[in-house]
Design a binder for this molecule. Structure first.
Ligand code: MN
Length: 294
């Protein structure tokens, strides 16, 4: 194992609380991933839920996994819908898209629990100009697996683990899963040698790696090439989360230069300048006439 980092707290969009899961880690350790926010977990009062304004993306994919609560989205291609309670939206921004992400009006009025992940997956140069595409992966479509002793439940969202394929289709080889590990249980995951490996703790306490380094909610462990991903859940957990909840992800590094600024992830500074210019000129699409939000 290479490192354990702690995600600082921040705010995103119009002011919803996040933890910056990848903060402080080298791009090379993260490749093919760019960025990850844990959204919440937060219990909103009435009127408090917040989202984003309309904004563009180009050159990568946004993966939104809602664990509790609902996000509503709408985009410049006429797409839209709800991401709710265990569902994942895998959006390929590709050549460019404008979208808005916010809780639906009824949820803004009522408040409630809001907890999810937004992961940014880079696209190789050959795929950066692909047309935008959605994959809506409902909670019922994930591949459910149990560990050999039944102490851990795995939800494979995309890619493959131990020969079991998840529903998400990716442009480069990636595995993404949500694991729930019972108190005292151990989880050992076979992992491709050519993949990096990242374990982010959504809730709870445990240990990671052969040396059993302690890890807790809001921390990320980065594994090196060829490591087996091994974890244990502490016998005693927080009362609000009886199990150790983890996001486990990895992929084959793309190995290309990354030029990232704001909502655009390209290969060169020239392509970034072009992205800002194209956005200003409306070439990434326009806000539909019948639209939500501002
Ligand atoms: Mn967005």
């Amino acid at each position: 194992m290479l490192a354990i980092s702690t995600a600082p707290k921040g705010v995103e969009g119009e002011g919803f609380p996040v933890r910056r899961a990848f903060y402080g880690l080298d791009q090379q350790v993260l490749d093919p991933f760019i960025h990850m926010d844990q959204m919440g977990e937060v219990e909103y009062g009435p009127g408090e839920p917040k989202g984003t304004a309309w904004h563009p993306h180009r050159g990568f994919e946004t993966v939104t996994y809602m664990i509790d609560g609902t996000f509503q989205h709408q985009d410049s291609t006429g797409g839209g819908g709800l991401i709710t309670n265990g569902a994942t939206q895998w959006m390929t921004a590709g050549a460019g898209i404008l979208h808005i992400e916010r809780p639906p009006e009824a949820l803004i009025a009522s408040g409630g629990l809001f907890h999810g992940i937004q992961l940014w997956v880079n696209l190789p140069a050959d795929n950066k100009w692909t047309p935008p595409r959605y994959q809506d992966i409902g909670a019922g479509r994930v591949t459910l697996l149990a560990s050999h002793d039944g102490g851990a439940l795995l939800r494979v969202i995309a890619g493959e683990i131990a020969g079991h394929q998840g529903p998400g289709v990716t442009h480069t080889p990636i595995s993404l899963l949500h694991a729930t590990v019972n108190p005292g249980a151990e989880l050992r995951l076979p992992w491709r040698r050519d993949f990096n490996g990242l374990v982010y703790v959504l809730a709870g306490r445990g240990t990671v790696g052969a040396r059993r380094a302690p890890i807790r909610s809001g921390q990320l462990a980065a594994f090196g090439a060829g490591d087996v991903i091994s974890l244990t859940a502490d016998l005693t957990q927080e009362s609000r989360s009886p199990n150790l909840e983890l996001l486990v992800l990895g992929g084959q590094p793309i190995g290309e230069p990354v030029a990232w600024y704001g909502p655009f992830v390209m290969n060169t500074h020239e392509e970034l300048a072009q992205a800002f210019d194209d956005f200003r000129r409306g070439r990434m699409g326009t806000i539909p006439a019948a639209h939500i939000g501002n």
